[in-house]
Design a protein around this ligand. Structure first.
Ligand code: PLP
Length: 443
């Protein structure tokens, strides 16, 4: 175990670690330990982990049943090359298929979300013999070359030097910023699907391998599809022989109150990408779930994709332990119930604070969209351009007061550990409330 002092942790980190997505010389907060819904710095200060780190530590930390399962597997067999069968990999795949929509047949394990999406792209192109992949602007699918080009948010820009060919973006059903007034969710869905169909035709429908979406957009501000959208998307894909890929890296494993978010709309994708909540961050693991049709395609064809750590034995053991935990403590039901309180708390904040334009939530997956002006909906910071660090300061104010989270653009994302109690949630919201009052006063 490392014996570094707090000062050494910070100094070595600044000297030797390159942090992702941040400008070179940051002053990192040194974290010493975590327990339940909290983590602690070296001065013993406690933080509500209101984003579950990167929306992955779904069950929080310090659970002996997870540690024990990992330790046991470590002694028996920590790792085996992917061609072998191991008990953890076999059991975990079977259980994931048991949780997935009933058209799903097999799991291919990866190390995280980006490589799950690389696999999804590869599979879609191989199975259809087509090249183009459609995805949306307000999306994040990872940062490896394919997943980075699949992503829509500005993090893709440096991966487009030059852009990988075959990636086409389309507009999200982001109603708050549509500029249009829809009478019903069905009307909104029809509008966005009509625009998409036009684009499919213009791009050559028979050249499009897949449409990939985040079932519920995560990092880019928890954008929830209007009812009818996903069903309509499925129908469009069927009409043109296009595969539907749902990225549930963030939305899966209980975040929205169900195993997979597609359940809310009863839609059956061809591929589901997952990661994060499958092991709750205890060990890295991701994967894709493929339909019976796709699995049949590979019966007599080589699956041309692989990773040394695909189906990592220890990671799969952690996955089984997490699924056991979700089941034993009825976590998905807890999310459904507490999600109602969470929604009310967010709505109360919206009533109280003029800096809030909209709140969006499903299960324990929420975002607060901040505006300068409620009437014209001007965002608190321009898209892709928070040059003055306005949002960074707000996240700093929250963290100083013990509420740790993140967000992109003008959104504060709130994705608490799924084990959080109502009392804990209410206490954390008191901190949020105090910081939003500061933002109000500065408008
Ligand atoms: C929806 C979604 N897909 C893919 C990824 C990439 O996953 P990873 O960071 O594990 O590569 C993320 C990461 O935040 C994500 O939110």
């Amino acid at each position: 175990m490392s014996k570094l002092t707090k000062q050494q942790v910070v100094e070595y980190d600044k000297t030797y670690n390159q942090h992702p997505w941040l400008i070179g010389n940051i002053d990192p907060l040194a974290v010493e330990r975590a327990e339940g819904i909290y983590f602690y710095d070296y001065d013993g200060k406690r933080y509500y982990d209101m984003s579950c780190q990167l929306s992955c530590a779904n069950i929080g930390f310090g659970h002996p049943e997870i540690s024990e399962a990992i330790k046991k597997q470590l002694d028996i067999l920590p790792y085996n090359a992917p061609a072998y069968a191991t008990a953890p990999k076999s059991e975990l795949a079977k259980r994931i298929i048991g949780l997935a929509p009933d058209n799903m047949a097999k799991v291919f394990f990866t190390c995280g979300g980006s490589d799950a999406n690389e696999a999804a792209i590869n599979i879609a192109r191989t199975v259809t013999g087509r090249s183009k992949i459609f995805s949306r602007y307000r999306s994040y699918h990872g940062s490896t070359l394919g997943a980075g080009n699949l992503s829509g948010d500005p993090r893709r820009f440096d991966l487009e030097l030059p852009a990988a060919p075959g990636f086409v973006k389309f507009a999200d059903p982001y109603l708050y910023r549509s500029g249009l007034k829809f009478k019903t969710p069905a009307e909104a869905s029809a509008h966005y699907l009509r625009l998409l169909e036009e684009q499919i035709v213009y791009e050559g429908a028979d050249r499009i391998a897949a449409i990939e979406i985040e079932t519920v957009t995560g990092a880019n501000g928890v954008i929830i599809p209007p009812d009818g959208y996903l069903q309509g998307l499925r129908a469009l894909c069927d009409k043109y022989g296009i595969l539907l890929i749902c990225d549930e890296v963030m939305a899966g494993f209980g975040r929205t109150g169900t195993a997979f978010a597609v359940e809310h709309w009863d839609v059956k994708p061809d591929i589901i990408a997952f990661a994060k909540g499958i092991t709750s961050g205890y060990i890295q693991l991701g994967g894709v779930i493929i339909s019976k049709q796709i699995a049949d395609f590979y019966k007599d064809k080589v699956f041309q994709y692989g990773l040394t750590y695909s189906g990592h034995t220890l990671a799969c053991a952690a996955g089984i332990a997490c699924l056991d935990f979700y089941e034993k403590y009825s976590i998905f039901d807890h999310v459904k119930t507490l999600g109602k309180v969470f929604g009310k708390l967010l709505e109360e904040q919206k009533k109280k604070h003029v800096c809030i334009g909209e709140v969006r939530y499903i299960g324990l997956f929420g975002a607060i969209e901040l505006v300068k002006n409620r009437e014209n909906r001007e965002p608190l910071v321009p898209y892709g351009g928070d040059k003055k660090g306005v949002m960074k300061r707000i996240f700093g104010l929250l963290r100083e007061r013990g509420f740790a989270t993140y967000g992109r653009e003008n959104n504060i994302n709130i994705c608490p550990p799924l084990i959080i109690t109502e009392q804990e949630l209410r206490s954390a919201f008191e901190i949020l409330d105090s910081v939003l009052s500061i933002v109000d006063s500065e408008l």
